[in-house]
Ligand binder design. Sequence first.
Ligand code: 5AD
Ligand code: SF4
Length: 440
Amino acid sequence: MEHPETKAPPLVYLETYGCQMNIADSELITGILRRAGYGSAARPEDADVILLNTCAIREHAEERALGRLSDLARLKHRRPNLRLGLLGCVAQHNRARLVEKAPGLDLVAGPDSYRRLPEFLGQAGFDPIVDVRLDRGETYAGLGADHGVGPRAYVTVMRGCDRFCAFCVVPYVRGRERSVPPDAVVRECRELAASGVREVILLGQTVNAYRFAEVDFGRLLRMIAAIDGIERIRFTSPHPSDMSAGVIEAMAAEAKVQPHVHLPVQSGSDRMLVAMERGYTVAQYLELVQRLRRAIPGLALSTDIIVGFYGEDEDDFEATVALMREVGFDSAFTFKYSVREHTRAYRLGDSVSEAEKAQRLSAVIALQESISLARNQAEISKVRDVLVEGPARRGGGMLSGKTPQFKTAVFPGTPGLGAGDTAAVRIVSASSHSLTAIPA
Ligand code: 5AD
Ligand code: SF4
């Protein structure tokens, strides 16, 4: 009897840079390629295809990706059949220029090109393929991502951004805003629940701008909250101006929506907020914080802050410091402004020196450390439900997971307790980055 020919599947090694959207996109890419017959390689040395999914938000991120690309291109000397692809935001940002910059590159594909990856990788030939067409309609709805293991999963609900903040390259590299049909989102969440996922993090560049026909983000939250097995719902990142009463009401009404909002403020100076074209004032932001805190007891808030945007003077910076103190964020991602080609602020250039930016950045980091510590210490003696993710890195039978406020809590395990279970714990000590607890 003849045996069917068994050929080892080609192996793909995929490396991911940047935000949660990119992590989710890589899960999608892995799903697309697996269904097309590709296997996964754990190391670039073992792969037939190497893909980098890249981030262009700041120059540093882009340089890192390009540096890594030229390292990996060296593997081609020994393995001429190896194919090398650059995906994601850096691909979209640099387009065909990349082919000249990075010899050895076989494929340049932007965020709306992933559906065609099997076709591109299947093509023989020596000319690099560049596909960076943005597609207003592409949501990858129902395409099926290979979600990672664990009780938490990312679910992309909208893509792109229509806001065009002056500093930001996202609208240029990820294109116009579009939402995934709600039935596709609900189906994906149901499947995740059936596979053991307990918490979903809904993703979108301006996630609360979600709208599909008459379903807005508040409605979507309620639809997902109705799914059995999904115990916790989070989302990132909302834009302050899209935080409608309906969204706040849904967050307050649905116990599954967790009491944590990542609400990027960028600056505490009205002058800077206008220059950044953020669409709100400091007073409006503070008013929103107040409404959220009133509606959602125990709410944790985190934010993004940029220092050294074009024109930021000492007073503007001090206004940011004052806002951080006033709100008392639980945590903050802080960045030095990085000039990005294509953006509205690009032609202005840089007005704050690198040394000044670095100094302002250290100051906001130090300030946030002390605020985070105080916010975490205020958790001491409280009882919180932790969704267990697994053994803590510090070992010793300790488990780790997140509180509803999305703070990492580490506590001694008890028999039978494991990933995906929820445990009530009492917080006994706190650092600026995590909480230590005991079973309550
Ligand atoms: N320079 C510095 N930080 C930036 N961000 C976006 N664009 C830039 C830039 N050009 C930050 C913003 C945003 C986060 C994802 O990255 O704070 O909220
Ligand atoms: Fe960038 Fe502004 Fe859109 Fe956020 S809302 S992705 S900062 S343009």
